[in-house]
Design a protein around this ligand. Sequence first.
Ligand code: AMP
Length: 545
Amino acid sequence: MLGLMQNWQLNVSKVIQYAQQNYGSQQIISQNYDDHITQLSYKEVEKRMRCLAWSLRNVLGLERGDVVATMAWNNIRHFEIWYAVMGSDMVCHTVNPRLFKDQIRYIINHAQDKYIFIERSFIPILKTLAHELATLKGIIVLTKDLDPTESDGFTIPFFCYEDLIGEQSIDEWPEIDENNACALCYTSGTTGNPKGVCFSQRALVLHAMAVNGGNFYGLTHNDTVLPVVPMFHANAWSNIFSAPMCGAKLVLPDRHLDPQSLYTLINSYQVTFSAGVPTVWLALLDYLNTHNGQLKTMTRIVIGGSACAASTIEAYEKQYNIKILHAWGMTEMSPIGTVSTIKPELQNKPYQEQLQFKAKQGIPIFTVEMKITDENGINITDDSTHSGHLMVRGPAIVATYFKQDTPVIDDDNYFKTGDIAIIDEAGYMQIRDRTKDLIKSGGEWISSIELENTALFHPGVAEAAAIAADHPKWGERPILLVVAEKECILDDKDILTTLKDHIVKWQLPDAIIVVDELPHTATGKLQKTVLREKYQMYLIDNNLI
Ligand code: AMP
């Protein structure tokens, strides 16, 4: 028997429509590239979104299903583009400007982006690829005045963003099948090119509702939300949807993520809630300590993307009275999977005991199911003494990567995260390791395979292994172990010079160590776990931080 409720499609545009209808005067405050502040209400911004939606069709000639890229910071224009594009039944592809140029070329071509909305400061990145982006028909610069010289070197037209926000607007948002794609985000894989995660309207709306539950973000119309995590990183962890969904104010920092700017922004606009990677919050903590600062209005901060140390949680909670929500997730999960928050049965425990749970990755949000399996795929979830492969399923979790035919889920619809985890008796998941051959530094991925292959360009290198070493500021930094070819004497400076020709500066290893041999399994695979055990503390122990 079917239920007899209405068939109300979960569309992203309904989130902004809700905000403008019910919280029309709530403000969105945004820093801009030229350092001035823009302040608009949900009512005003929703009108601008409908103007942009009109221009997408009538000026740019875009149609439903077209993919449109953005390369932009967290600011009000980027916010408008998200809703205008997704609300027009188009797909918003957020491009991470920190990717390698080759990767940017690959993902823009793979996604078949028709237009790109871009900050003026990122145009040079695109310029070097100008003749290799086959599907791009035009570039929209996020500005009110075009600089006529910035289109030099391009053959496609440039548009001024503010010219697209004209007199005309669509009257209402079109109804969209909730299963249609609305956003696209590429994520680094262990090998090969980045893989596209293609989110549906339904997934993003459900995820925003789930993550907003009282035990997790718990946002209300009394909150002022500062999304520090960039919008080109896994949907800015849903802040851009979950804030308007409950009528919260938004404060957008643009590119100003240094501690002093964040401190000023938080205190000037009475921010109550924020989210970002540990590196950002560690830097702010240091700033607060050295400047005798306070964040009086801040009540909670979501820290995730990499493991957050218990000492960071304790410092914010005890010294600054800010609750830390340690979160784990993946781009493939829209992205939040778990949040560490203290369950009722643990609330009477002493703080130090609670802290051990807070430092774990936590309990799943509603809509996320987890299991742990052993090497043979046998379910060992209930065995709280053994770690294994963390598998997840739910309505906002990837089934198949973009333009790949083969699903990436098992027979029971579980997706293998590439993380090794354990679930304790209280139900808290803890990440122990990862099988992905990647290094996460300050929230950004570095491919160890890329480093190894590049090191081999050096004629004296016979074998190389790049691994993650602990770093107090960046979480992890790459270090490279190399074995010399017979009768060669290796100089680490020489190897660094080879790497520099191919690899951007922030991805270069912090140390290059020449070793006699590297450990291998019986089948000849590098035993990175052995290396990690031995060298994990190398940078700290050798004062290389
Ligand atoms: P991304 O898709 O870039 O968001 O990266 C997802 C991966 O980052 C996860 O599979 C984990 O390996 C790692 N990660 C995310 N959050 C955490 C966390 N709180 N603790 C440890 N690792 C994390």
